[in-house]
Design a protein around this ligand. Structure first.
Ligand code: SF4
Length: 252
């Protein structure tokens, strides 16, 4: 996509600014695709099935072309706003970024969220016969497939968003008197939504697997503790209204 097309899309009033910052990236299930610039660009850019295949060279060519054009656009905008992008690469900035990376990696919340992702992976690895279980569950009217899909979708997403929230929190401490809603609360909010949905999905699985619940109960309890810790660290997160989603759900 060339720069002019990107600019034109960027100026289209149909799109809700920043809607994709606090969503769960599950576009297949999103009710707001028509209001999302990110979705629109993906649809245009990756309309050819080969460009959607991560193993195909066309995918990587397309991705690098999009990055290149976006970067050029960013450079143009930075120039208009009088921002020197080159100065952002200074030694102090790089050191600062590295220090923040380390602080985020070592933060208790981030380590707990990572542990959750790993526990989920182990749990599923130990249940190679789950495929047969889902078929049996479907016959009994239990939608195990749906519950598994939800858990798998959010398995790594939770950690990514918790890390972004922690990082945002560190950066916001350095900026006093910022009147904008905080990015850390928005990231924590979508992490909490993902945790809520995952706990709901685990409850479905637990209901079905009555004979092997020990490991599962540990995972649910761990996730619930993580939820409480995120709420405590980001007390305003639950009331953060996500762009776009707040219009279709008051708790959005
Ligand atoms: S807002 Fe919806 S359509 Fe846009 S990236 Fe997020 S999930 Fe996908």
């Amino acid at each position: 996509m060339n720069r002019e097309r990107l600019k034109k899309l960027g100026a289209d009033k149909r799109f809700i600014p920043g809607i994709y910052n606090y969503c769960d990236r599950w576009c297949e299930r999103c009710p707001l695709t028509s209001r999302c610039l990110n979705f629109s660009i993906s649809e245009e850019e990756f309309s050819d099935p080969e460009t959607r295949d991560i193993k195909n060279e066309k995918f990587w060519n397309k991705l690098s072309e999009t990055f290149r054009e976006t970067l050029e656009l960013l450079r143009e905008s930075a120039k208009e706003w009088g921002v020197e992008l080159e100065t952002l690469d200074s030694k102090e900035n790089i050191e600062d970024i590295k220090a923040k990376d380390a602080a985020v990696e070592n933060h208790l919340l981030c380590r707990a969220a990572k542990k959750y992702s790993e526990s989920v992976e182990d749990w599923f690895k130990e249940r190679e016969m789950l495929f047969f279980e889902t078929a049996a569950a479907a016959r009994e009217g239990v939608d195990l497939d749906e519950a598994i899909e939800v858990i798998r979708w959010y398995q790594y997403f939770i950690c990514a968003k918790v890390m972004r929230a922690v990082r945002g929190g560190l950066e916001e401490q350095e900026v006093e008197g910022d009147e904008f809603p905080s990015d850390s609360d928005g990231s924590a909010k979508i992490a909490l939504i993902a945790i809520d949905r995952s706990i709901g999905a685990w409850a479905v699985i637990r209901h079905y697997f009555t004979d092997s619940t020990k490991g599962m109960i540990d995972i649910i309890a761990f996730l619930d503790n993580l939820r409480q810790a995120v709420e405590k660290t980001f007390p305003k997160a639950r009331s953060f209204i996500r762009p776009g989603f707040g219009q279709i759900d008051p708790n959005g």
